[in-house]
Design a protein around this ligand. Structure first.
Ligand code: NCD
Length: 299
């Protein structure tokens, strides 16, 4: 297996398939009464979160604990960063306590690559600025694989803030490897200009983007990273780019990495639709993260 998971490019197709297969095994474990597979007993995993998180952080913590590992939780707020300690010094000090792997989320692009260069243990990227969020793309595609029984030949429409979303870039890198077709949809101001050259069709209307797609992945407006609203206002964004019940057809799967801003990118009526697989994604995320921790620490 690989040494680090800094981005999707760290994985070959056969390693990706191994992760999906491992996740299948761990999902069975999660459904048993004990919910534990103590394969990482004696290992310690440090979660280094410099940006907010609910799902990713808790799911890594739970994944580590289900595997019997100990977890060290670091939050930027309340730490010695405010006294001038650097990122690397912080990580080296935590390493000195006896840590076997780091999971890191940081606002800086490339943080996981930087730490991986300087730390002698595996580093997993849990989101680096607007760059990548590889475990989210793996759990989204794992959700599709569970639902459809395959990935090859499926079409996924990704709708929302393509410019600032690290989830979107990880999908752009993962899709060609696993045979998934992408349709990308955003207002022109939220499409990274080079993406017009990548080969996946880009739409500026939701109704056209979703036609014939097997699944929709809707992205949150990354307001914290945007200087201006994508259109003249947030209301206009919702008016023209919100995914509404009429956009979905029978059999299509609706996904979102969370957190959802209901009423902005998704119409509130979609909370109830049978297409909604958003909470499945959350459960499958624990299994995928167990697979990643296991593969990096025991694989
Ligand atoms: C995403 C993230 O932080 O990049 N959320 C997540 O990890 N589940 C997407 C987002 O913040 O919109």
């Amino acid at each position: 297996m690989v040494r680090h998971l800094r981005g999707i490019r760290d994985l070959t197709l056969s390693q990706i398939q191994q992760l999906y297969e491992l996740a299948d095994r761990f999902l069975e474990v999660l459904q048993q009464p004990s919910r534990k597979a103590p394969a990482l007993t004696g290992k310690t995993i440090a979660l280094l979160f410099f940006e907010s998180s609910t799902r990713t952080r808790l799911s890594f913590e739970l994944a580590a604990k289900r595997l019997g590992a100990d977890v060290l939780n670091f939050s930027a707020a309340g730490s010695s960063l405010s006294k001038g300690e650097t990122l690397l010094d912080t990580a080296l000090n935590i390493l000195a306590m006896g840590v076997d792997a780091f999971v890191v989320r940081h606002g800086g692009v490339g943080t996981a690559y930087f730490l991986a260069q300087h730390l002698p243990v595996p580093v997993i990227n849990a989101g680096d600025g607007t760059n990548e969020h590889p475990t989210q793309a793996l759990l989204d595609t794992y959700t599709l694989r569970r639902h459809f029984g395959r990935l090859e030949g499926l079409t996924l429409a990704i709708i929302g803030d393509l410019l600032h979303s690290r989830v979107a870039l990880s999908h752009l890198l993962l899709a060609p490897q696993i045979g998934l077709s992408l349709r990308l949809c955003a207002p022109p101001s939220l499409v990274p200009p080079l993406w017009y050259r990548v080969g996946f069709p880009i739409y500026h209307q939701v109704a056209s983007a979703v036609q014939g797609a097997d699944a929709l992945l809707v992205l949150r407006m990354q307001k914290e990273r945007q200087k201006n609203p994508p259109l003249a206002s947030w209301e206009e964004y919702a008016r023209f780019y919100q995914v509404k019940p009429e956009h979905l057809t029978e059999g299509q799967v609706l996904m979102h990495p969370g957190p959802v801003n209901w009423g902005v990118e998704l119409h509130p009526a979609l909370m109830e639709t049978s297409s909604n697989r958003i909470l499945d994604q959350v459960l499958y995320g624990v299994a995928i993260r167990m697979a990643i921790l296991y593969a990096l620490l025991r694989g």
